[in-house]
Design a protein around this ligand. Structure first.
Ligand code: TNX
Length: 532
């Protein structure tokens, strides 16, 4: 989606946003008939690539997007692809049922084998056209994201560009390593609007990330409408509820449903998080009865963590938790509901277990698979509970024991995947409690062998969380997420055997002009030989 970008910046960030001002220079058009990015210049790296330099295809004003006859979902993928190719090419790109001989771009549902699964695809480029075949529309969507990256960077511009729209000849066979490839956005510390979230979703889709975890509530703010507890958002979503009293806002149920459907159109599942029993000051300050002493504490917008807790011994706590879980579950078609569980520092171990032993079954009661930060395994919840590992250690007995009991794990080690950590000491935004994370740090680790006792089979996937204590605008989000988000995307999708920093940094360099073409800000890491 195209948007005008708000330019709200932290004082300290003003200089760097100016320095980042977007260049309008686009790469010169390649010679006619010559692809200017090789078939391998894709992030995440495809599983298999076979180049055929004699078989390039060039988009023409007459190119059709042909989709599987009778499949509305394939047609919808075709429409989205055509929508993304029209502005820069200026070609009409009609989307039509794929009858007759293949030419142009074809998106076909076909049996491409169990090995390619639900999201895999084959993409073949010949002088007559590009054909993507997949078992499901999700695979066609993944293949069409690859195709976008095979075209010159100018394809990402929203105005007509002069370029030879050449796709390099050959074929790609591709499928993901992990089912769950996620990103998290914290809209509690600073609220981010539905349009900003959609813009982030667009970025995720390009890199084949298929889950967006929304951190909806925290000490500072409550950012999702709950009808049975209506004051949560009038107080916790009001003005001045962002960190340091900056900003505010919340998602109405309608906003949330619209985001779910926007994400679903891009084969992304929303994972909602209501953090509990800690990180709840906004709820506690709104409803006095949720406090053990019946007294509402003042609202807080500082960055401290670990000071708040729902009252474990009061029955109303569980009525509240059930109402919230029920409403969120009803709004959410995806399988997961995240109940946080991190940093409950003022809750004793005994109380924490008591709480989680009641909260986790409520998630299941409303048909969702429980999800929590890794502390949740201390309560020995049902082994269906997904544990999100956010530690910095590579030895962690608690999580290893949980795997032994049968839990699946999402890998989000804070010193590798936390997009809110500074790149280095000069980064004007972000935090540094888990260290600095340069691009190579984000890339050079193996989710399936990172923590002793948490092997490949126990890993459901990876996720890159973006906490927003210091992030107030889409510019800030993009600057912290790009390029590291793409490193985590590659770890989640590409086969372990393809892992190669020299190759990754070269491919990453090609993304720079693409971000420039679409007016997305990014950090020009000195580790990457950025293309001009
Ligand atoms: C730790 S990670 C937190 C968050 C903070 C984040 C900042 C986790 C489960 N809890 O509350 O926002 O660090 O990096």
């Amino acid at each position: 989606m195209r948007r005008s970008k708000p330019r709200v910046t932290l004082a300290a960030a003003v200089a760097f946003t100016a320095a980042l001002s977007v260049s309008t220079a686009l790469p010169a058009a390649a010679e006619p008939g010559t692809a200017d990015s090789p078939l391998t210049a894709v992030i995440p790296a495809p599983a298999e690539v076979e180049a055929d330099p004699g078989a390039d295809y060039r988009l023409k004003p007459s190119t059709l997007v042909r989709t599987e006859p009778g499949s509305a979902a394939a047609r919808a993928v075709g429409r989205q692809l055509a929508d993304t190719l029209r502005p820069a090419t200026g070609y009409p790109m009609p989307v039509v049922p794929a009858h007759g001989p293949a030419n142009g771009i074809s998106l076909l549902l076909d049996d491409v084998g169990d090995d390619l699964g639900r999201e895999g695809y084959r993409l073949a480029v010949s002088p007559r056209g590009v054909t993507v075949r997949a078992n499901t529309p999700a695979g066609l969507f993944a293949g069409s994201q690859t195709l976008r990256q095979l075209l010159p960077a100018a394809i990402d511009s929203d105005s007509r560009q002069h370029a030879a729209w050449t796709v390099p000849g050959g074929s790609i066979t591709d499928h993901p390593r992990y089912d769950y490839r996620g990103a998290m956005l914290d809209i509690a510390r600073h609220f981010h609007t539905p349009d900003e979230i959609k813009s982030y979703i667009d970025e995720l889709a390009r890199y084949k990330i298929n889950h967006l975890h929304l951190h909806l509530t925290d000490d500072q703010g409550w950012r999702i409408e709950i009808e049975s507890w209506p004051e949560l958002t009038t107080v916790g979503g009001g003005p001045g509820t962002g960190v340091d009293g900056v900003g505010g806002g919340f998602l109405t149920k309608e906003d949330y449903r619209d985001l779910v459907s926007y994400a679903a159109d891009r084969y992304i599942t929303i994972v909602p998080e209501i953090d509990m029993p800690g990180h709840t000051n906004s709820a506690l300050s709104t409803y006095a009865e949720l406090n053990c002493d019946g007294v509402a504490p003042p609202p807080r917008t500082d960055m401290a963590v670990g000071y708040s807790s729902l009252c474990i011994d009061k029955e109303i706590t569980y009525e509240f938790v059930e109402d919230v879980i029920q409403e969120i579950a009803e709004l959410t078609p995806g399988p997961y509901l995240h109940i946080g569980g991190d940093e409950a520092h003022v809750t004793s171990e005994e109380e924490y277990r008591t709480f989680m032993r009641r909260a986790v079954p409520l998630v299941e009661k409303y048909g969702k698979r429980p999800f929590g930060w890794n502390e949740i395994v201390r309560a020995e919840p049902t082994t269906d509970t997904v544990a999100q590992y956010w530690g910095t250690a590579t030895e962690h007995a608690e999580i290893a024991d949980a795997v032994e009991r049968g839990h699946q794990v999402i890998m989000s080690p804070a010193n590798r995947t936390y997009l809110d950590m500074k790149y280095d000491e000069d980064t004007p935004l972000g935090l540094s409690w888990a260290g600095y994370i340069e691009v190579r740090d984000a890339y050079d680790w193996d989710p399936g062998a990172h923590v002793t006792g948490v092997g490949e089979d126990a890993v459901l996937g990876v996720e890159a969380p973006l906490w927003s204590e210091t992030l107030r605008s889409l510019d800030h989000i993009e600057y912290m997420a790009l390029p590291r988000l793409t490193a985590v995307a590659e770890l989640g999708w590409s086969p372990r055997s393809s892992h190669d920093w020299p190759s990754f940094r070269e491919r990453l360099a090609e993304q720079g002009p693409r971000w420039e073409a679409r007016d997305a800000g990014f950090y020009r890491s000195p580790q990457v030989p950025w293309a001009e």
